[in-house]
Every structure is written in C-alpha cells, then in structure tokens.
Design a protein around this ligand. Structure first.
Ligand SMILES: *Cc1c(COP(=O)(O)O)cnc(C)c1O
Length: 399
C-alpha cells in the first residue's frame, strides 16, 4: 500500500457499520513515525516534540505550547500552573466530558458545576455571573464561595462539541472577579471565536489529541499560553521537575506527562491537514443540517454568529413526542440499521464520581442530555454514508 502525502481519507468502517468517529490518517504520519524510529528519538525528548509545539502554537496563534501525554494531563498541569491549590473550587459546565472535573480532583480542588445555555449547549455565562454575584463574596483579595468558604481559583470553560463558548462574556466576568481562565479546547481544534482559536483566550488553554478528537496523535495533549514563564514551568513539571540534567535533583513534585517524540511525529503530520479535517467536518455538519432540519421532532445543531464550529461530534436533539421515539430508542434502531451513535455525557452534577458537589442552577443540561444523540462525525465520512445516516434517522421518524 502506498501512502501519499496529502489528505486521503482512509479508515474503512468495520463490517458495514458506520462508526461514530474514527481517525483520518491520510498524510505523512507513516513517514514521520519512521523518521522518529530511524533516528532513535522515541522518548519524550526529540525534534518532533519541539516541532509539534512550534507548529501548533503557530497554527493557533498561541505564543507558547507545551506538549503532554493527554488532554487530561494538560488540564491537570494547567490548573496547577494557574495556582489552584487543595481546597479550592473550580467553576466549569456540568455538560461536558468529565476530564476537567477529574483534573480539578487531581489538584485537590472541588468542581462547581454550572448549567449550560439551551441554544449552543455551552456554559451559561449569565448563570456563571449570577453564581459569583449571589453565592460568593470577596475575601482577602480572592473570591470565596459563601456556603463553603472555599476560594474560587479558576474558571474552566469547555468549548463543547467543537463550538466556542461566548468568550467575550466569559472573559469579562473572569476579569471582573480576577479569576484565571483555563480553557478546555479539547474538542475545538480548528474552531474559531471571532477569527481566533479557542484555547488562546485564557491564561492557559488545553488541547487533546486522543484518538477520537479532531486531530490525533493516538494519545496526547497540549497546553497553550501567552506567558513564557508558565510555559517553561509547564515543561519543567511535565518532565519530573528535574533541576539538574545529570544529578537527580528535584525542586518539587514533578509529573511524567511529556509527549513522546513518536506520537509528536504523528501530530506533525496530522497538523498539516487541519484545515481539510475541519473543512470535511463542516461539510458533514452542513449535510446533516440540510438533511435533518425538516425531520419532525429533530433539532439540528446551531452555530452562533461569532462562531466557526469544528463540529467535533454532530449532535441532534430528539423530541420523543414529535419524533415518535426517544433518543435512546433511536440509538438502538440506528444500530440495527448499521449506524453507530452515542448519547452525550451524563451531566456531572448527577455523577456518582462527584457526590455532593456544588451545582448552580443546573436546569437545562439534563434535558439536553436526555434528548441528545451524536451522529457519525469522522472527517473521512463519505457523502454516501452521510446520506445513509440521514435516511436512517428520517426513516425512524413518525410519519
Ligand atoms: C477528550 C476530552 C478531554 C481529555 O482528553 P484526553 O486526551 O482524552 O485526556 C478533556 N476535555 C474534554 C472536553 C474532552 O472532550
């Protein structure tokens, strides 16, 4: 098999079922991995790690980037870099993959879950502001939760499903209260908020290159920041906080979080096709919108006027009364038609992993969770398969 440079969607679906999301490895991945192995740079130091950082930083317009082993590791380190300490509280949306809440727990902090807004399903900035206004008070230069007495140490907006949050509103609130922002841009590589990349607005931003994300390294993540010292410290902490290259002397507790050169090689190749990946996802999204918006009981995804979504997972809402089946029943019926779909994540304020966690006015998220279904969204999804998905959904709708 020859592998040519450029964008040649591969990854065939297994046995006729259209998968939810598969990576598209159609470029120079093989060539670069071979180069990493041939030159014996296989570990967490090497030319591809440096190059991947440089190129991601340039592509997204971030002054600095630090490559790490996963998006979750990026979030953990970013929270530490933002000054989060044990006993603090961290504000984040309740409707998200759980990684930002796990990262808060790793840092010894407690997540506080805020509701999402009903239109784009992102953190509700009005409720966020209301929480800070009504439930918190200033104390010794910090903002403290009145009920728990804990310091609010960071806000972690998640650009959910590849659609940017209302960044200006969020930054205004954060700066009014002097709270650092750590963006979770794991799902929004290639998206834009008023022309700029999510992950470049906060003090720190985090990316993921997990297998199902817009770009993949197999597993990996990145911390973005405009602050050279934070980037330097991020690199230090991610490589076991070694103070001396010869003597094993550690200045503080370090982490083994550095991305390997082999995986960074895959990332460099993936990055060359970022625009094609996002362009392909946007074409899939547009086909779904056109094909499904007339189906009764189906709500298609919306894109805010200030947003360019990366459409990480194209998600519809299913109204059981009007559609004739609920989202989980539709999931089972689509599976029988050879179409793999998935619900969104359980809202974190309902999660057993965070018993008794603080939640603020989580009124909207559970309704979205009940009705949501993510459709096959790979950037390699062919037009024929897009049509198959649309026809399969339409067939199940009440006539
Ligand atoms: C995937 C994801 C992460 C974590 O990324 P990993 O690389 O899988 O650790 C973090 N946050 C969100 C919102 C994600 O979707």
């Amino acid at each position: 098999m020859t592998r040519e440079a450029g964008f040649a969607p591969g990854a065939p679906a297994q046995s006729g079922t259209i998968p939810l999301a598969v990576p598209t490895l159609g470029g120079r991945e093989w060539e670069y991995v071979k180069e990493a192995l041939d030159t014996n740079w296989v570990s967490s130091v090497g030319p591809f790690v440096d190059r991947f950082e440089r190129e991601v930083a340039a592509a997204l317009g971030s002054p600095h980037a630090v490559a790490v082993t996963s998006g979750t590791a990026a979030l953990h380190l970013a929270l530490l870099l933002a000054g989060v300490r044990p006993g603090d509280e961290i504000l984040m949306p309740t409707l998200t993959f759980a990684a930002p809440a796990f990262a808060a727990a790793y840092a010894g902090a407690a997540p506080v879950f805020v509701d999402v807004e009903p239109t784009y399903w992102q953190i509700d900035c009005e409720k966020l502001a209301e929480f800070l206004e009504r439930e918190c008070r200033p104390e010794g230069g910090a903002v403290v939760d009145r009920h728990t007495g804990r310091r609010i140490a960071a806000i972690v907006p998640v650009h959910v499903l590849g659609h940017p949050v209302d960044v200006d509103a969020l930054l205004e609130i954060a700066s009014r209260y002097g709270i650092p922002v750590v963006e979770d841009a794991a799902e929004s590589m290639g998206a834009e908020y008023r022309g700029r990349a999510p992950g470049t607005f906060g003090l720190l931003g985090c990316l993921s290159f997990n297998g199902n994300k817009v770009l993949t390294t197999g597993g990996g993540g990145m911390i973005l920041t405009a602050d050279a010292e934070l980037a330097e410290r991020g690199r230090y902490l991610s490589t076991q906080a070694k103070d001396d290259p010869l003597e094993y002397v550690h200045g503080e507790i370090g982490f083994n979080y550095r991305l390997s050169n082999v995986l960074a090689a895959i990332g460099c190749a993936q990055l060359e096709s970022l625009e094609q990946h996002v362009g392909a996802r946007r074409r899939v999204a547009s086909a779904y919108r056109v094909g499904l918006e007339e189906v009764q009981g189906v709500t298609t995804m919306r894109e805010a006027p200030w947003a360019k979504s990366a459409y990480w997972l194209y998600t519809i809402l299913v109204d059981p009364d009007r559609f004739g089946a609920d989202s989980r029943e539709l999931l089972r019926r689509l599976a029988r038609q050879g179409v793999q779909t998935r619900p969104l994540w359980q809202p974190l304020h309902e999660s057993r992993a965070f018993p008794g966690a603080r939640a603020y006015r989580c009124e909207v998220a559970s309704g979205i969770h009940a009705r949501a279904l993510s459709l096959p969204s790979s950037s390699s999804l062919s037009e024929t398969d897009q049509e198959r998905v649309i026809a399969a959904v339409a067939r199940e709708a009440r006539a």
